[in-house]
Design a protein around this ligand. Structure first.
Ligand SMILES: Cc1cc2nc3c(=O)[nH]c(=O)nc-3n(C[C@H](O)[C@H](O)[C@H](O)COP(=O)(O)OP(=O)(O)OC[C@H]3O[C@@H](n4cnc5c(N)ncnc54)[C@H](O)[C@@H]3O)c2cc1C
Length: 308
């Protein structure tokens, strides 16, 4: 049984204790032991659809939960049925025969919705691959992090949701496999997951960042990059006001060239005292400055640091 009730209806409090669901009946979606991911998804998606139908019959609102980390009230819903997805967390490799012609399967991974960002990173690392960014913590579920647009810090990359290439979404009306119009997974693979393909750029964009509002996400196809190292440079610096304008204009390269490495940085952070950001008479800020630049190859230390 992939979907089971847990405990009596009652109170559920989110991770930060910022919100409480009253009179919540709780259920858990759990991974099985099928050899192939597509078979797991077919079983789980059918169970979720039955659960939604039962909730509809009972006149209950529903809310899927990831790790419950959102400090806002997006994971709060009273007099409702809550679906804990945290134990639905297996990850599977994607074979070249599972994708459409012309799609490179090398960096793709099939991820059950409740897998933590941390767990996905571990699985990718086994293949010498990596997410290109993640949040400050990595205990969110992949679906929950994507649903709320959890952002990382990579300058030229988007948030967690930008890793997604396809989504399995369950609604009372059906099990949908949502992809961009160009498509990603083969029709045979999608059929085996018990889903109907929906290839549309706008629908896919909505499914990447749905805030729990479109339906229950049961699985995602996640993209990755080859594993990489970064060179972090961190120190207290005197930063001129004009350099803050460069940051405001998104000219991170210029900032990095002046204060760290003469290279496009992948990450830039300035931590200032908000009560006294500038010191007179120099009119400069003295923040804790941190930049990170990707090493181009193992052992590459990057060019010499500037102005230290
Ligand atoms: C220590 C810590 C560090 C953090 N760092 C960052 C950071 O660096 N950057 C940042 O942007 N945020 C950060 N956050 C916020 C966090 O990433 C988000 O709150 C994220 O939503 C948490 O994911 P979750 O799995 O806990 O989702 P939940 O809080 O459980 O749910 C969030 C939303 O997603 C929906 N949802 C969850 N699972 C599904 C599903 N399977 N199908 C459909 N909808 C679903 C829920 O219904 C809800 O609306 C941090 C939080 C903590 C506690």
């Amino acid at each position: 049984m992939p979907l089971i009730p847990i405990g009596e209806a009652g109170r559920w409090t989110n991770y930060h204790g910022t919100g409480v669901c009253e009179n919540a009946a709780r259920f858990a979606l759990r991974s099985g032991d099928a050899a192939r991911g597509r078979d797991e998804l077919a079983i789980a998606a059918a169970a979720v659809r039955d659960w939604l139908a039962a909730a509809q019959r009972e006149g209950k609102r529903v809310r899927p939960l990831g790790a419950g980390w959102s400090p806002s009230n997006v994971n709060i819903c009273s007099d409702a049925w809550l679906l804990h997805t945290r134990r639905f967390n297996r990850c599977f490799r994607v074979a070249s025969g599972d994708v459409r012609p012309g799609v490179d399967a090398a960096g793709l991974m099939l991820v059950e919705a409740g897998a933590l960002v941390d767990e996905v990173s571990d699985k990718l690392e086994e293949q010498q691959r990596s997410l290109w960014t993640s949040g400050a913590g990595n205990g969110q579920t992949f679906a929950g992090a994507a649903a709320t647009g959890t952002h990382g810090s990579m300058v030229v990359r988007g948030g967690i949701q930008d890793h997604i290439r396809a989504v399995q979404l369950v609604t009372p009306g059906g099990v949908h496999w949502i992809e961009p119009a160009a498509g990603v997974m083969s029709d045979a693979f999608i059929a085996a997951t018990g889903s109907v393909p929906l290839r549309d750029d706008d629908v896919f964009a909505a499914a990447q960042l749905p805030i729990g509002a479109l339906g229950i996400i049961t699985a995602l196809v996640v993209d990755s990059v080859p594993k990489f190292l970064v060179r972090p440079i961190q120190n207290l610096r005197k930063v001129d006001r004009v350099a803050i304008d460069w940051l405001a204009a998104g000219d991170f390269r210029r900032f990095s060239a002046a204060y760290a490495l003469d290279r496009d940085p992948d990450f830039v952070q300035m931590i200032v005292n908000p009560y006294k950001p500038f010191k007179r008479p120099s009119d400069a800020a003295f923040p804790l400055c941190r930049t990170m630049a990707r090493r181009l190859r193992p052992g590459d230390a990057g060019p010499a640091r500037r102005g230290l």
